[in-house]
Design a protein. Structure first.
Length: 334
């Protein structure tokens, strides 16, 4: 079975060749499996693509893809999916925090019949702020999307080919790949994996990029709009009831002075909620405009070893067809 490993790369000059080496060692020790690797350089500021070139020169089953600008991690993974040939796809990071020697655990779960397998970290090796924001976003996503409640997402995953093919039908510019999996199947399982310390550099995800990625979930849910309707109804009702209470109190006690400070506080609360809801609606409108304008998911500048891998896989398919034909002739003779 051919397994495709896709890795979005950003400023990983010091680690990506080691990731390739460790992955090749892992598959050399496994019977019945072969691998190909698709490494996508998401417009790194260092010499990441030169490192990818060196890896591709050493291993013909490594495909290098160089994007023309920075499109983001999930868009880079979507680009990689267009070059896979395997019956299953494994997604992982470029910094060795997802170690390749754990891939056999994913394959074992797939053999049990699962369509998607996520690697859940026993202990997350991030700083406290990133752990906090990840926990908050995880619970919000559970509440807003079709994500199974007992499943945690991660950047270390395996998906069967039919799930990947269905995800490739998505043409929007804001990609959140795991949600595309959830739209396809709920035959999903989590497994515990080790989260290793980062060997080189620091995380490329700051708060702004993390927030942008979180907001991309709006492409896959209408819950925030329903929440806007709910809160609008609740606060409109509360305002109407409050107005009646004020009117009745004024009629009973005409000497009661109206509170300017309490009025201003109430206005700030209500106007704050109003602008929040307008912001959510604006996000939806902006995403609609981007999709209408056919904003590209990614733009490929150049590739390495693409033609070689296409030829290798074409030859394998042709050989399988010829073998099947020979076997059919033998059966007819018998």
């Amino acid at each position: 079975m051919l397994i495709s490993i896709i890795i979005p790369c950003y400023n990983s000059e010091g680690t990506i060749e080691k990731v390739v080496e460790e992955t090749m060692k892992t598959f050399q020790q496994m019977e019945g499996y072969e691998c190909e690797m698709i490494l996508v350089n998401d417009y790194s500021r260092d010499h990441t693509f030169e490192a990818i070139r060196r890896a591709a020169a050493k291993y013909k089953n490594v495909i290098g893809v160089n994007l023309a600008k920075n499109f983001g991690q999930h868009n880079a993974m979507m680009a990689a999916l267009h070059y896979v040939h395997g019956e299953a796809v494994v997604g992982m990071d470029d910094d060795l925090q997802n170690h390749p020697d754990q891939i056999p655990q994913f394959l074992e779960k797939m053999e049990e019949g699962y369509d998607v397998v996520f690697g859940v970290f026993r202990q997350r090796k991030f700083n406290w702020f990133k752990n906090l924001t990840s926990s908050v976003s995880r619970h919000l996503l559970w509440a807003m999307t079709d994500q199974p409640k007992n499943i945690q997402m991660s950047s270390f995953w395996l998906a069967r080919r039919y799930v990947v093919d269905k995800a490739l039908e998505y043409t929007g510019s804001n990609v959140f790949l795991q949600f595309l999996f959830f739209r396809t199947t709920h035959n999903i399982v989590d497994i515990e994996v080790e989260h290793f310390e980062r060997e080189v550099g620091t995380s490329n995800y700051n708060f702004r990029r993390g927030l942008k990625q979180f907001l991309s979930c709006l492409n896959y849910t209408a819950v925030p709009l329903r929440a806007a309707t709910f809160f609008g109804t609740i606060f409109s009702g509360a305002g109407f009831v409050g107005a009646l209470v004020v009117l009745i109190r004024k009629l009973i006690h005409p000497d009661i002075a109206m509170g300017w400070s309490s009025l201003m506080c109430a206005m700030m609360v209500f106007f704050g909620i109003t602008f929040l809801m307008l912001g959510i609606i604006g996000e939806y409108i902006g995403k609609v405009i981007l999709n209408i304008n056919n904003t590209p998911q990614y733009v490929v500048r150049e590739t390495v070893n693409e033609e070689i891998n296409d030829k290798i896989n074409h030859d394998v398919i042709r050989k399988d067809i010829e073998t099947s034909g020979e076997q059919s002739n033998i059966n007819n003779i018998v």
